[in-house]
Design a protein around this ligand. Structure first.
Ligand code: ADP
Ligand code: MG
Length: 338
């Protein structure tokens, strides 16, 4: 079961595994689900997966982006309207609730719903009855509600901007989509898979990633999560004129973050025999000055840590391994591993 459930969600990390297990467990019911996670973590993907793995598979799945519809139109979008109920209502129109009847209504960015609408939504969910704008008859629907938000709804409830009763109605089951920075190993898998998808689509066939490029992708913190990674790969493929994705085709923010973290100019340390290889990024000066002293200290610390590990914690052996003397020459700089 897990394999079909996980079909479209790419990732092998423990947080993803746990999430897929939870989804497999909850999909068989028609209970409302609240999906919480940062932007770009795949909340919509998860909503579709829950829908497709349960009893409503094949029925309507109707997404509504509650944050994207102007406030004065949301009610009519959701519940429909009667002809003449407002300027522009030239005909009777069913809303998204009716369109989702028998299936799933996916309320994306539900935290953006204005309070007035929250009241109407609560009634529709609770009683499975609503009226079109300007309408007088009750319309009965049977829909499963899957809602998603990147907001802290509990905090919104505490502040009074989100109704507590609605919160509990939506949050019968909770699924959290993990941020990409917590999904160890998944950046690699996702990047390869996006590379394949985008190069299948374009005329450019790229064979993979230059090691420095992959190292930079893996060390980046991905505030925009999978969506950001997807965009970065698409952009890199468009810009790339080598047969692999190179470090230079990555956005400067990522190159810079990598330079600051790993610290090192791209001189190939492996080129000098016996030198330990560390991946080294091009300095990027387009975003302002870099902090070379910090970078050098980081590099020094990395090498010292490596030497200490190799010497089992024996610092004088570690110094020998690094080609450094433990004696402090007169007037020289004392170098001791921390
Ligand atoms: N685990 C994943 N595997 C594959 N693609 C993913 C994954 N998570 C997100 N995506 C992709 O990232 C983009 C953003 O996902 P989306 O569901 O819209 O995120 P959210 O709704 O949380 O902002 C989409 O193109 C989606 O297909
Ligand atoms: Mg979304």
């Amino acid at each position: 079961m897990a394999s079909t459930v996980g079909r479209e969600i790419i990732g092998q990390s423990k947080p993803v595994h746990d999430m897929l297990k939870l989804i497999a467990r909850i999909a068989s019911s028609k209970t409302n689900v609240l999906i919480v996670g940062e932007s770009g973590t795949g909340k919509e993907l998860v909503a579709r997966l829950i829908h497709d793995s349960g009893p409503l598979k094949g029925k309507a799945f109707v997404p509504v982006n509650c944050g994207a519809i102007p406030e004065n139109l949301i009610e009519s979008e959701m519940f429909g309207h009667k002809r003449g109920s407002f300027t522009g209502a030239v005909a009777d129109k069913p809303g998204l609730f009716e369109a989702a009847n028998g299936g799933t209504l996916f309320l994306d960015e539900v935290g953006e719903l204005p309070l007035a609408l929250q009241v109407k939504l609560l009634r529709a969910i609770q009683e499975r009855i609503f009226r079109r704008v300007g309408g007088t008859e009750d319309i009965r629907v049977d829909v499963r509600i899957i809602a998603a938000t990147n907001r802290d709804l509990e905090a919104a409830v505490a502040k009074g901007t989100f109704r507590e009763d609605l919160y509990y109605r939506l949050n019968v089951l909770l699924v959290r989509t993990p941020p990409l920075r917590e999904r160890k190993g998944d950046v690699h898998i996702l990047a390869e898979s996006f590379l394949k998808r985008f190069s299948d689509r374009s005329a450019k066939k790229l064979a993979g990633f230059e090691p420095a490029a992959m190292a930079a992708l893996e060390s980046y913190s991905w505030p925009g999560n999978v969506r950001e990674l997807e965009n970065v790969i698409e952009r890199a493929i468009t810009l790339e004129n080598h047969d692999v994705v190179t470090f230079d085709a990555l956005p400067s923010g990522i190159r810079k973050a990598h330079a600051a973290a790993s610290g090192t100019p791209k001189a190939d340390a492996a080129a000098s025999p016996g030198a330990p290889f560390i991946s080294i990024a091009h300095p990027d000066f387009t975003q302002g000055p870099i902090d070379l002293p910090t970078i050098l200290r980081d590099v020094e610390k990395k090498f010292m840590d490596a030497a200490l590990t190799a010497s089992g914690g024996d610092s004088s052996k570690a110094m020998t391994l690094l080609g450094m003397s433990t004696e402090t020459p007169k007037g020289g700089r004392e170098r001791k591993p921390k």
